[in-house]
Ligand binder design. Structure first.
Ligand SMILES: O=C([C@H](O)CO)[C@H](O)[C@H](O)COP(=O)(O)O
Length: 210
């Protein structure tokens, strides 16, 4: 069964907690977005884990260096998963994985900015990461002609556990699921809607549909 992850790209802990409260019944993983962590610091991770101890808390650090040190910071603050960039060297990913094993937590590799997402996903999976995020970031999504279909096609052929992040919504979630993802990540389609709870419920139902 694929998991549903809410990506919270809001800028305050209060707003993040309020959104999480609305969508929590329908989601498995709460992602604290990079802008949110830069805005609020490690305290937002601690606050989220305290409020939702049964959810998987995902700290989107997008670490590019000092893998062990940054992963350790995230885990000590309460994160269950932390992201490291695919574009960085294997040594950084290995350092984060080592810290994750020591803490009983996990590393997700984010392919944002990576030229060959499929090849790199296969390479880093061998380093012991939980899964790889096939990701088109907010700036890439804003480019003319962007389509999530490219990520869906990659997920269908990659052959290792992946998530898709890059504009998941109610219109494409069935195709995302069909591609065989481990996790579907939804940000703007939840936090930018008038009724996040209803939107999360609809995504959950589409994901769980046979
Ligand atoms: O990771 C993200 C981005 O880099 C900003 O932090 C987003 O959370 C991710 O792209 C998912 O969000 P949506 O594309 O809005 O679904």
């Amino acid at each position: 069964m694929a998991k549903l992850q809410v990506a919270i790209d809001l800028l305050t802990t209060a707003d993040a907690l309020a959104l999480a409260e609305k969508v929590a019944p329908y989601i498995d993983i709460i992602e604290l977005g990079t802008p949110l962590i830069k805005s609020e610091g490690l305290a937002v991770i601690t606050a989220m884990k305290k409020a939702f101890p049964d959810k998987i808390v995902f700290a989107d650090f997008k670490t590019a260096d000092a893998g062990a040190l940054e992963a350790e910071m995230a885990f000590k603050a309460g994160a269950d998963l932390v992201t490291v960039l695919a574009t960085t060297g294997d040594a950084t990913i290995k350092g984060a994985v080592k810290a994750a094993k020591e803490h009983g937590k996990g590393v997700v590799v984010d392919t944002i900015g990576e030229a060959d997402r499929v090849k790199r996903a296969q390479e880093v999976t061998a380093l012991g990461v939980e899964f790889v995020e096939l990701h088109a970031g907010l700036d890439e999504q804003a480019q003319p002609g962007y389509s999530i279909q490219v990520l869906i096609d990659e997920a269908a052929r990659v052959g290792v556990p992946v998530s898709i992040a890059g504009g998941v919504n109610i219109n494409n979630i069935a195709a995302v699921k069909k591609a065989g993802v481990k996790v579907a990540v939804a940000g703007a389609s939840l936090y930018s809607t008038a009724d996040p709870a209803a939107a999360a419920k609809a995504l959950r139902e589409a994901l769980d549909a046979a």
